[in-house]
Design a protein. Structure first.
Length: 249
């Protein structure tokens, strides 16, 4: 095995240990979850005669996003999916079904076309292989199925100003041990960052059509700047958080 292959093989366990740490932040705030839940509810519509839609919350964490989405889209079947046993134990308190699975590596424990919708909240920025993850989501979604994805925006309004000043952008990281050169003090393990243009391009390349791209605020923006952060949501390319609704081709 080459040195590069060996590094790749050992990277995943180290990252998994990092994400299991209880101090690692795992979400951008409840406002993002509520906005994403409303997007999902509009996409699915009411549960009708055809029966409930099956919604997978991949990387469900503690189940908060799935619980908020279930309240916004009653009558549909929600399944939380995570590789962390600790996360699944926490999620089981608010999600009717919680199963262990990986969006990369071994893959998800679902048949092709089994899901009507997938929630993929604050996950893609943590992945070594986002292309492989989206390919696996494409597999488990039925044709025309919905993907609701959220991720921090590299081109958020304040990041543009920070870069002009020569400061490392918020959300970006150069170390898993401590923060260097950017505002904030929490290390969150972001490996990939997206602009609105880049996210659309990646989704298209992986067999999705973007239906809607919206913005959400970030809970950790300093209080005096929060009105501006909320206003920026009206222009998704400037928003703190990108919310994408895409459909599987």
């Amino acid at each position: 095995m080459s040195e590069s292959s060996s590094s790749t093989a050992t990277a995943a366990p180290r990252l998994r240990d990092f994400y299991e740490g209880p101090a690692v932040p795992v979400a951008s705030g409840p406002d993002r979850s509520r906005r994403q839940a409303r997007m999902l509810a509009r996409a699915l519509g009411p549960a009708g005669a055809a029966g409930p839609a099956t919604v997978l919350d991949i990387g469900c964490g503690d189940g908060t996003a799935a619980a908020i989405a279930a309240a916004a889209a009653p009558g549909h079947r929600f399944v939380g999916v995570d590789w962390s046993q600790g996360a699944l134990r926490r999620a089981a308190a608010g999600v009717p079904y919680a199963v262990r699975g990986e969006v990369t590596g071994e893959g998800l424990p679902f048949a092709s076309g089994a899901a009507d919708a997938v929630l993929f909240s604050e996950v893609i920025e943590h992945l070594v292989d986002p292309d492989g993850a989206l390919a696996e989501i494409h597999r488990v979604l039925r044709p025309g199925g919905h993907l609701l994805l959220s991720t921090p925006n590299l081109a958020a309004w304040y990041n543009r100003a920070l870069l002009l000043a020569g400061v490392q952008p918020v959300f970006s990281e150069v170390s898993l041990r401590q923060v260097h050169g950017r505002p904030g003090s929490a290390v969150v393990g972001h490996l990939r960052l997206f602009t609105a243009r880049a996210l659309r391009g990646l989704l298209t390349a992986r067999g999705f059509v973007t239906v809607e791209l919206a913005g959400a605020p970030y809970h950790d923006v300093p209080r005096p700047l929060r009105p501006l952060d909320r206003a920026a949501c009206g222009v998704p390319s400037l928003a703190s958080i990108l919310l994408a609704h895409a459909r599987r081709v």
